[in-house]
Write a protein that binds this ligand. Sequence first.
Ligand code: FAD
Ligand code: NAD
Length: 474
Amino acid sequence: MAKTYDVVVIGGGPAGYVAAIRCAQLGLATACVEKWINIEGKPALGGTCLNVGCIPSKALLESSEHYHKLQHGLEAHGISVGEASVDVAKMIGRKEQIVSQLTGGIAQLFKANKVDWLQGRGKLLAERQVEVTGHDGAVEVVEADNVIIAAGSVPIDIGAAPKDDKLIVDSTGALAFTEVPKRFGVIGAGVIGLELGSVWKRLGAEVVILEAVEDFLAAADHQIAKDALRQFQKQGLDIRLGARVTGSTKTDTEVTVQYTDKNGNHELTFDKLLVSVGRRPATDGIADAAADLVLNERGFIHVDDECRTNLPGVWAIGDCVRGPMLAHKGSEEGIMVAEFIAGNHGHMNYDTIPWVIYTQPEIAWVGKTEQQLKHEGVPVKIGTFPFAANGRAKAMDAAAGMVKIIAHAETDRVLGAHICGPMASELIQELVVAMEFGASAEDLQMTIHGHPTLAEAVHEAALSVDKRALHRVN
Ligand code: FAD
Ligand code: NAD
């Protein structure tokens, strides 16, 4: 007889493991099937985010920023140090230790919450049965009243520069270099290209980023994207827009990339090349044909607004379904689905998902951009405030960038907020809460912000919506 559960989750990334923990908290007998093998050859939970995504990239961004500051950021403070050096192996080791602690922490949470971790590959069969193929090849079938698929995503490979894990790598490879490449090429000026391009640039690489489209960060507010691009170029990140990679050739030690832009055909040679042109859902072989699970033409599992698939009792969440590929989006979907399964009310507000790019300055936003609202014909009033006029940012020597708040011209409701600047990742959260509560710009104007804080720039941007900022000319 097949073992039965209330819920079986396929995938133990931030979408799947959070769903599993919440299901268990709600008293449901829960198992999570996860196949990940980490760099030590051991099974691990946490998915892309903890193993090769959010966490390791932020660890390296932090380390590389310290190194960069030692070299370039302290003189103005009157501090000088001897020549800075970097031990890449130690830096990478620190990153791995953080990963290992956090992924181990999820395993502990599973134990404490009595979630069974079924190690191996899961496949959905008909009638909510799940076939689990263990790492030793042994096959077991389990049954559940509900199955949640949280299979995640994998990097997209391109024919013009196929990954070889030596010279041409994806984000996983670029998080594990053992030395700083002298010439580092990046294809795609998206989130990964900018974050990992920044890491290796700060550590001393010459970085060129080739981006196919003419618009820089097309999904961001154009004013903010323009401001950010100027800052990155000032740092020496060579970002070439409208550059379409057409092919590549390799020797043993270097890779030459051919690309075309409006000025014609070009070639560049690199010691390492990162391909970061997006990710695709990891849904190959996720379901048996007999299960009849509907996927769209790009491999995303088809779901409704509440993450129900076409099959009763089968749900799908996270990167393998529509919507932004962000860890917190998947986690919240997981919680929503767990609540539905337990018979409670599930909640997910797709309009208030924050976006953050952890460059320096950081870029963060929530809600709609100015161009989206104009396109939709929504009447808006806009407030901005530069960090150059914020005392705390000045004291931090981090006065580049601005806060921009967009409110409805008639109702005053906040419709979008966009930040390029220091700690934008943290500052945006106030605006997420404001939007979640349906706040107006006036609500933010009337909220007392501590002094001196970076958050005062948010306050001033809200005041500027009604042309009443105090520390700038309106
Ligand atoms: P995943 O994390 O991909 O997890 C899916 C899991 O399912 C994997 O562990 C996989 O092994 C498992 N799995 C798949 N198929 C099966 C199967 N058949 N059987 C068993 N197990 C299976 N997002 C942010 O919000 N903030 C960031 O700062 C950020 N930084 C990133 C940096 C990098 C370099 C990368 C690559 C991504 C980053 N992301 C970030 C994106 C984030 O990692 C993903 O959005 C998030 O991990 C998606 O969660 P998920 O659970 O849907 O999928
Ligand atoms: P992305 O979608 O952010 O950016 C890909 C970029 O590559 C785009 O600008 C696109 O125009 C460009 N591109 C596509 N094909 C190209 C080609 N052939 N030549 C040159 N440029 C090309 O994708 P990504 O950076 O690979 O990241 C994948 C996902 O991971 C993102 O969707 C993001 O949600 C997630 N992620 C999030 C964070 C974060 O939240 N801080 C960090 C890293 C990754």
